[in-house]
Ligand binder design. Sequence first.
Ligand SMILES: [Zn+2]
Length: 82
Amino acid sequence: MGDHPASSLPPRWCRWPQRELDLRLAELGLVINAPEPAVICRPCGYALQPNGECVTRHLADKHSIQKGLRHGLTSYIHSLFN
Ligand SMILES: [Zn+2]
């Protein structure tokens, strides 16, 4: 019914406080790289592109991370590098 079905669901990653975000990233094995924009996946040592859906797709394909845990992650990562 809504005009924007995707945005009617509040992305969890946007609602969490910074401390929670850091914790969640650590749990997923992700490290935000700087100054070069990349997200490092610690378990694999991969440098993932922070644009597009590279990170969330990697988590799904390689680490079987549930959709619920990844929800909003892409936009959160985009916000870090923009
Ligand atoms: Zn990985």
